[in-house]
Write a protein that binds this ligand. Structure first.
Ligand SMILES: [Zn+2]
Length: 454
């Protein structure tokens, strides 16, 4: 159980920031952390090695803050910007590891809270970590476990020591400390581990509590860094908190940057705040971040959010939505969502989405000349309400859609035609034209020089 493995010896306060050594192989001058990303005179490509990762910045959009990079982690390279599917219980619901790899996914999430409960740390240690346990040869990122406790367990309370909660199995009081979260993530062996942070919903009106949570998250990062046993093969990312208060976010960013972690996450968003507020926070934080570290905006996955956040200078995203919505019969397409359960698809022998390269939409391998897809909408419709195969097929398609969207953004950044790709994306989603585009997206993109309504 979680509490049973708590490492009491690491509970003593270790206030000094554990500055990890930087073995930078920077081949060009690096702008200061405060210089706007779009205006710095960085000659590309340029790379830096830090902790257990190498980050190579390959291209930057000449209009927005979008970047294309190569992130090399212990289990291989990952092309950024990237969407990371969420395999909560060490499996992506509906896909085998081989099917997930076939979507070109090279980095997915596991959930520390769930794996800490079952199979538990002893089994993970005996298996040699989560990669071996789940048969996944590519990269893994784990959350700290704290967010799940606060969001899933009504009785979770947060003290300076950690997150207290009642075991969902037997109701016993338990405690997740920063040290225990790191110990669990060390056993999981993820390529990227996340610090335990004090997360509040962004819409909380309690400004004093929001500031306290931000400051506590900084103290907990110090405890996580002190407890981290395998920095040479696992990257620990900080998480910037501060709610929707831009000054709190800036203060937190400065504090976190001083701890010099290999990568940086922006946390606490996607919690019901207005999209305009979300964009304001992401833009304010990315403006302060150094160019040669990966930037991860946690918990977002709607295609529009991915496109806009990429334009604002973020590199990595995750969300359960694309795979969860597949289980409700929904296919994500460039023209929006289709619910394949609808009767209109009963005799539709086209692919889930025209032009999609996923295993379902590709030409039928049985009869490649026929023009028929491997899987038709009619077949998915037929199974959607009664057989799990429909959920598997839609999951395969949706994960492919998300990764392919990010691949297209990356290719556009590399060719310096990102603004045109963004226009094409919104035109596909809103066929009636720019008047239909959401104001929050138009405003956020205008803030980085891309006017969609021009
Ligand atoms: Zn498809």
């Amino acid at each position: 159980m979680l509490a049973a493995r708590r490492m009491a010896s690491t509970l003593s306060a270790k206030a000094a920031p554990a500055l990890s050594s930087v073995s930078a192989s920077v081949s060009s001058p690096v702008p200061s952390a405060s210089s706007p990303a779009a205006s710095s005179p960085l000659a590309l490509p340029v790379s830096a090695t830090h902790g257990a990762l190498t980050f190579e910045l390959l291209a930057r959009c000449s209009t927005t803050r979008a970047r294309a990079s190569l992130l090399t982690l212990p289990h291989g390279p990952v092309q950024l910007p990237v969407f990371m599917p969420v395999a909560t219980q060490a499996s992506l619901k509906g896909l085998t590891p081989a099917q997930l790899a076939d979507t070109s996914c090279r980095l997915c999430l596991n959930n520390t809270y769930h794996l800490g409960l079952k199979p538990g740390q002893d089994v993970l240690d005996a298996a040699g970590g989560a990669h071996a346990f789940q048969g996944w040869q590519h990269n893994l990122l784990t959350d700290s476990g704290g967010f799940q406790m606060v969001s899933l367990l009504q009785l979770a309370t947060i003290t300076e020591e950690g997150v207290q909660f009642l075991s969902p199995h037997d109701g016993r009081p338990m405690l997740l400390t920063p040290e225990h979260s790191i110990s669990l993530q060390n056993s999981i062996g993820s390529d990227i581990a996340m610090q335990l942070d004090d997360v509040l919903v962004t819409t909380s009106p309690d400004t004093a509590r929001m500031q306290a949570a931000m400051e506590r998250s900084v103290r907990w990062l110090d405890r996580c860094l002190a407890a981290h046993a395998i920095p040479e093969r696992q990257n620990l990312f900080c998480i910037i908190q501060g709610g929707l208060d831009i000054e709190l976010r800036r203060t937190c960013t400065r504090e976190m940057l001083a701890r010099d972690t290999p990568g940086i996450a922006i946390g606490g968003l996607s919690g019901g705040e207005a999209k305009a507020d979300f964009c304001r926070v992401v833009a304010a934080v990315t403006e302060l971040l150094p160019p040669l570290k990966p930037r991860y905006v946690m918990g977002i996955g709607y295609p529009e959010d991915l496109v806009v956040s990429t334009a604002l200078g973020a590199d990595m995203f995750d969300c359960v939505w694309p795979t969860r919505t597949a289980r409700f019969g929904n296919a994500i397409t460039r023209h929006g969502m289709l619910n394949i359960k609808h009767q209109r698809y009963a005799d539709d022998f086209g692919p889930i989405e025209d032009g999609c390269g996923c295993q379902c939409c590709r030409p039928s391998p049985e009869d490649p000349q026929s023009g028929r897809p491997a899987i038709t909408r009619a077949f998915v419709h037929h199974n959607a309400s009664k057989e799990t195969v429909a959920a598997h097929l839609l999951t395969m398609h949706n994960v492919w859609y998300q990764l392919d969207l990010m691949r297209s953004l990356r290719e556009a950044i590399l060719a310096d035609r990102f603004p045109a790709r963004v226009r094409e994306f919104f035109a596909g989603l809103y066929p009636k034209g720019p008047a239909d585009y959401p104001d929050w997206a138009v405003d956020a993109l205008a803030g980085v020089g891309l006017n969609l309504r021009e």
